[in-house]
Design a protein around this ligand. Structure first.
Ligand code: SF4
Length: 599
């Protein structure tokens, strides 16, 4: 059943008032891939009366007042992507297309959607039930954060939106506990995965540098962010508090990741896997094409690439579903109208993290001073692709399924570290689970840039490339590797992009046409580097390309048809000079060595 999106649907269910009203910046897609529909369906399954208002018009009362007021709380999310990432490029230009809006035109989601929707509710409902923020936008902006679009350190979105609570991370369980406590009139302030504002700091919680200090001084911001980042493991994290103006942001420790049984329960819910008919007249939602016939096998990622937000949103621990649950979903997909025999993805944030985890992490929490995959795969991880292999084989045997593609990225260093089943896994994926191209994400070739990204060096990439070619030839198939590459990451200069171009041509036999420009998403380590101009682990200063022309130029160096595309085409002769003199022009207060992290 769809979550009701119109008053008629509510009336048809015999409901007089809703308990929870959800507001989202996307069109309403009912799918296990969409956070707001997971949250709504979980609440419905627990017996709450829930309605959803997708993409309300923020200039009128009509949409937001459609259901009246909820009995328990308003739940607000910007959508599946941070609204500024969805709406604008890193240089602030408006994006015209939107995969999460019916019709594909980006004209329905306001910038800073969580704040806009909270203001909209308060405008028409003065003394209303609590406003609860959630989703990726709220999660990544839950403490003071650098925002590239306004080029400043902003307060928590909870404070800016004047909301009552913020649920961060994957809040499947937290939202149920919040709803139960609000219904029973109990205190919610101890809930894990919750932030709220208070008049005083909380005793026993770690006091972060205040928002004012962090905004005024990049060194204080760095110290604040690293303390925040180190306290994200549910087993070891301390609660945090941070003064923001006259109030305190209280950040409770994270909620534990879901167990296998809980993951199965979430994915076993009765999703429609379709766009709500409410949007029918506006056209299709493009995102549905890729997720309708895809399967999530797990959540979380311990890759910790510095530009990625998963570590502070989805967590460093991988939670996998059971084989039975995944096979059940595969059978369900095979029975749906419109299914043409192909599952478009069997994966997660990183495809080959399914089915194993570090026991030490499960027992005592993720190591605060080590990383699971960088600079090399940790000896305690013991990767084992056996469960994935067995799973893929069983999916293939389901009647009606001709192919199940592994479209999510594969971590090649992890695959190579599994000496027993890594090669058999890749052989099988190449033979049966690739649709012509396999995606990998080296992101760059230059050691100093890779260090800034937290990515492995090129030796594992080249070993994987050779293995891929060998197994592809064995399978007598014409298949290729496609490479994700990033330009203008902190630490990357034009010379590095030239070197990447040579590497791509020489070693990968590739002329890249699609290169991503680094976007400083809030609350990532790369964004910290972008803001401070320093590598937080080494304390060394970095070159950071911030000008729009210089960033575009880095990209063009890689994608231009002819090599040598460099300063003469920049339209800005000062770029080269800036790169050379950046060290002199940047000023940053020195952090005492004892405050630097151990990594
Ligand atoms: S022991 Fe290794 S694999 Fe386990 S959490 Fe620590 S760094 Fe990660």
């Amino acid at each position: 059943m769809f979550i009701p999106a119109t008053p008629e649907e509510v009336r048809n269910l015999g409901w007089k008032q809703l308990d929870v009203i959800l507001i989202t910046g996307d069109s309403y897609l009912d799918s296990p891939y969409v956070g707001v529909s997971v949250i709504g369906q979980r609440l419905l399954a627990a017996g709450y009366r829930v309605g959803i208002i997708p993409q309300p018009n923020i200039d009128s009362k009509n949409d937001i007042a459609r259901f009246g007021e909820p009995g328990l709380f308003w739940g607000i999310t910007g959508g599946c992507i941070d609204s500024l990432v969805a709406n604008r490029t890193a240089s602030g230009k408006r994006r015209r297309k939107d995969d999460f809006t019916a019709g594909g035109i980006n004209n329905r989601r306001p910038d800073r959607a969580a704040i806009a929707y909270a203001n909209l509710i308060r405008r028409y409902f003065k003394e209303t039930k609590p406003l609860v923020l959630g989703g990726i936008e709220a999660s990544l902006r839950r403490i003071a954060h650098y925002d590239v679009w306004s080029n400043r350190v902003r307060r928590s979105v909870l404070i800016d939106a004047k909301a009552d609570y913020l649920l961060y991370g994957m809040a499947d369980n937290t939202v149920l506990e919040l709803a139960a406590r609000l219904r029973e009139g109990r205190d919610v302030s101890e809930l894990r995965g919750l932030c709220y504002a208070a008049a005083e700091r909380k005793s026993g919680f770690l006091n972060l540098p205040s928002w004012e200090e962090s905004a005024a001084d990049p060194a204080a911001f760095e110290k604040m962010f690293l303390a925040f980042y180190r306290n994200q493991d549910p087993r070891t994290a301390q609660g945090l508090c941070q003064k923001q103006d006259t109030r305190w942001l209280i950040h409770n420790p994270p909620a534990p990741p879901l167990t296998e049984a809980e993951m199965d329960a979430v994915h076993g819910m009765n999703f429609e896997r379709a766009v709500h008919p409410f949007h029918r007249r506006d056209g299709d939602v493009r995102a549905l094409e890729t997720i309708r016939f895809s399967i999530t096998t797990h959540r979380g990622c311990y890759g910790e690439c510095h530009f990625c937000a998963i570590a502070v949103h989805g967590g460093r621990q991988v939670s996998s579903r059971s084989e039975a649950s995944i096979l059940g979903e595969a059978k369900l997909l095979a029975s749906l109208p419109g299914f043409k025999g192909r599952i478009l993805d069997v994966g997660g944030p990183t495809a080959n993290m399914y089915g194993f985890e570090c026991q030490k992490k499960l027992d005592r929490g993720a190591c605060p001073d080590r990383r699971c995959l960088y600079p090399a795969v940790c000896e305690h991880l013991r990767p084992d692709h056996g469960r994935q292999l067995a799973l893929l084989r069983k999916i293939r045997e389901i009647p009606g399924i001709k192919q199940a593609i592994v479209a999510s990225g594969i971590r090649y260093d992890l695959l190579l570290a599994d000496r027993k089943r890594g090669v058999p896994y890749l052989r099988e994926v190449i033979r049966r689970h690739v649709s012509g191209q396999m995606k990998v994400a080296p992101e760059h070739s230059e050691e100093k840039v890779l260090r800034c990204m937290g990515k492995p060096g090129t030796s594992s990439l080249l070993a994987f490339r050779d293995l891929f070619r060998k197994l592809t030839a064995e399978a007598r198939k014409e298949q290729f590797l496609t490479y994700y590459l990033i330009a203008a990451h902190p630490g990357c200069t034009q010379a590095d992009m030239e070197a990447l171009r040579c590497f791509a041509t020489r070693e990968l036999a590739l002329h890249p046409e699609q290169v991503q420009l680094f976007t400083p998403v809030p609350s990532t380590i790369s964004t910290l580097m972008y803001h401070t101009g320093r590598n937080p682990w080494s304390g060394r200063r970095l070159f950071v390309e911030k000008t729009a022309a210089g960033r575009e130029l880095q990209k063009k160096i890689l994608v231009a048809k002819e090599s040598g595309f460099r300063y003469e085409n920049a339209g800005r002769k000062s770029i080269k000079r800036e790169e050379k003199s950046w060290e002199k022009t940047r000023t940053l207060k020195k952090i005492p060595r004892k405050n630097l992290p151990k990594r």
